[in-house]
Design a protein around this ligand. Structure first.
Ligand SMILES: [Zn+2]
Length: 190
């Protein structure tokens, strides 16, 4: 089982193509979204059926991709709560207890501040497509080849289009390795 997770959403067209990829391929994904990006409102109708069916799970990635370790406890609460409210209001699902700290920045204090809101599970990763910035298509294929393995949580991003041009290659890799894609809810009890 492979948990393919994707974050952010700064490029609206990449978000649309990821949703279409999920819809046409059946790939199960977890999106850690920042509600401050317009893509999430623009494509809410397209995404909603997949969220409702559970094929795409939504997790909290803060409203504006804030570094939690540089915020006060009140600032952490504000960033998580605003994004939480956006997800609940827009998609009708409660992301708790799952959140991903932007940049992976967290410590005991930020964990406690998040937990006070019910966000008790910071979700890190074990393998990355490294595409929070621009990558070539070949780099993404190489990283997927390295990291699409059983029992791995892999991180990708909804920010740059290269990944959308290699979806068939990534899907083939999953098939060739006999992997099943899963959301967090597929494997962990809430
Ligand atoms: Zn991020």
């Amino acid at each position: 089982m492979l948990a393919w997770t994707v974050d952010d959403g700064s490029d609206s067209e990449v978000v649309r193509r990821y949703i279409e990829f999920a819809r046409t391929s059946g790939t199960r994904l977890t999106f850690f979204l920042n509600g401050s990006y317009p893509a999430w409102s623009e494509h809410a109708a397209l995404l909603q059926p997949l969220v409702t069916s559970g094929q795409i799970q939504l997790g909290n990635h803060t409203w504006s991709h804030a570094s939690l370790t540089s915020l006060s406890d009140a600032g952490i609460a504000s960033e998580l709560q605003r994004n939480h409210d956006f997800i609940v209001d827009t998609f009708g699902v409660d992301p708790r207890p799952y959140y991903r700290p932007p940049f992976g920045y967290r410590d005991g204090r930020t964990d406690a501040a998040a937990a006070s809101l019910g966000y008790t599970s910071p979700v890190m990763w074990y393998g990355s497509l490294a595409d929070s910035g621009p990558r070539t298509e070949q780099q993404i294929i190489d990283l997927a080849t390295e990291w699409f393995l059983p029992a791995h949580i892999v991180i990708g991003h909804l920010n740059f289009p290269a990944v959308t041009r290699v979806f068939p290659r990534l899907r083939q890799l999953i098939e060739d390795r006999g992997l099943i894609t899963v959301t967090l809810d597929d494997i962990f009890a809430r």
